[in-house]
Write a protein that binds this ligand. Structure first.
Ligand code: SF4
Ligand code: SF4
Length: 419
């Protein structure tokens, strides 16, 4: 049974909670996502979509009158009841002598939005606070390495890793000093030092002294094959990120784990290509709760199945952890995977992401100029899920921002959801 005769129906105001994020897809379906509870509601009802669009029409100030068109439609009536049950919104009786309520909904509006400024023909000037955008640096100090890892130049395009992408180059110590000096007047706190094999840096001891003279949090990235004497690293006063690529030398991995299980300055980063790799890591790390361990899937050109089954997202993955409104808004404007970071390669070329074109060269360009270039060119920092596949998807801004896997796999989305 539907509601009573339209003429005799009570009148209602309808509004949505400020905690609810709304999106529509290409098929005119609608997603309501509650950022406080993590609950969601999907509807494909034409009137349901129309009602929510009306709520978001600026002239309605977040509140609409529920006219009989909505209340006499069974699907829409059920939809409103579900919204009330999930506390996504409410309908309240409209009293004749009361003014219309106002409910200002959260809408993304960035004053300093680069795109907006460029579209308005406004000048975006170097020095106008842009130094604050730089929060971390990856510095490849040299490309020398005696190993011959099968996927050497593929790892660094998928995750933070050593590589020999620009052969036989070394960043002079003087240049590294200039980088650190300029980084000191930005928001940079975290600096990753990578190679090749950084232990082969020609002025290794001087490099260590230089790093110590600047107050950054350093992470030294070293492939486990390049560690000749394990104890040599223990004494370094920086965080050590050990990369362990398959086929893992089981003995050395175990040695690393047992040696450093009480040393919080080590993190073991296992690069895995199959579920077998994952199982062998689980075997040697079982019961170990102290060592910091990351397991990083690597695409080797032949393990699509592993990615499909273990890396691609399904709906439960996307909706499993609660997303805050600010993170969803953030996904609309910038890429949290890359924003704030620059990669300085051993030949001085600078990228915002290993898979994108350089934005300049250091020291020819200062760090400020490089930040500016990236803000204008947008090779990585502001890339969002606006590609053809994700662009019309209900979960476009709930999904994590696009990353390196999309690039390496040549797949614009990272899900196995059938829409
Ligand atoms: S250790 Fe690193 S730099 Fe050396 S070959 Fe292997 S992946 Fe490349
Ligand atoms: S990866 Fe793209 S297509 Fe897949 S759910 Fe996320 S936004 Fe939608």
């Amino acid at each position: 049974m539907l509601n009573s005769i339209p003429g005799k129906m009570k009148k209602y105001w309808f509004y949505l909670s400020k905690d609810v994020f709304v999106s529509f897809d290409k098929q005119h379906r609608l997603l309501l996502y509650n950022t406080k509870s993590g609950n969601h509601l999907i509807s494909s009802g034409v009137l349901c979509t129309e009602l929510i669009k009306e709520v978001y029409d600026p002239k309605n100030l977040g509140v609409v009158e529920l006219n009989s068109k909505y209340l006499t439609n069974q699907e829409c009536d059920d939809f409103i009841k579900e919204i009330q049950r999930l506390k996504f919104g409410e309908k309240i009786v409209k009293l004749p002598d009361q003014p219309k309520p106002i409910n200002l909904l959260p809408i993304l509006n960035l004053q300093n939005d680069v795109e907006k400024m460029l579209n308005n023909g406004e000048q975006f000037l170097i020095g106008e606070g842009i130094s604050e955008y730089l929060t971390y640096l990856n510095i490849h100090v040299s490309n020398f390495c005696n190993q011959t890892c099968r996927l050497c130049n593929s790892y660094c395009h998928q995750t933070r890793s050593c590589c020999k992408s620009v052969p036989n180059e070394t960043l002079p110590l003087k240049t590294i000093e200039q980088i650190l000096t300029q980084a000191g007047v930005t928001q940079t706190r975290h600096i990753n030092i990578l190679g090749g094999n950084i232990l082969l840096y020609p002025e290794w001891n001087n490099l260590l002294e230089l790093l110590k003279s600047f107050n950054f949090e350093y992470h030294l990235w070293i492939n486990f094959q390049n560690i000749d004497v394990i104890e040599r690293l223990s004494n370094l006063p920086f965080h050590k990120e050990i990369l362990i690529s398959p086929p893992t030398n089981g003995v050395k991995s175990e040695e690393l784990i047992s040696l450093y299980e009480t040393d919080e300055t080590f993190t073991l980063n296992f690069l895995v290509e199959s579920i077998r790799d994952v199982e062998s890591i689980e075997k040697i790390t079982i019961g170990n709760t102290k060592t910091r361990i990351n397991i990083i899937p690597i695409f080797n050109g032949d393990n699509y199945d592993f990615f499909e089954q273990n890396v691609y997202l399904n709906l439960d993955d996307i909706l499993s952890d609660k997303k805050e409104m600010r993170n969803i808004f953030c996904n609309q404007k910038l890429n949290a995977n890359y924003f704030g970071g620059l990669i300085i390669l051993a030949d001085g070329s600078v990228k915002a992401n290993m898979n994108s074109d350089p934005v300049g060269k250091f020291p020819e360009n200062s760090l400020l100029e490089l930040i500016y270039n990236e803000l204008i060119l947008n090779t990585a920092w502001r890339t969002t899920r606006d590609n053809e596949t994700c662009g019309g998807c209900l979960f476009q801004y709930l999904c994590p921002p696009p990353g390196n896997y999309e690039h390496v796999l040549g797949k614009p989305d990272m899900c196995n959801i059938e829409f």
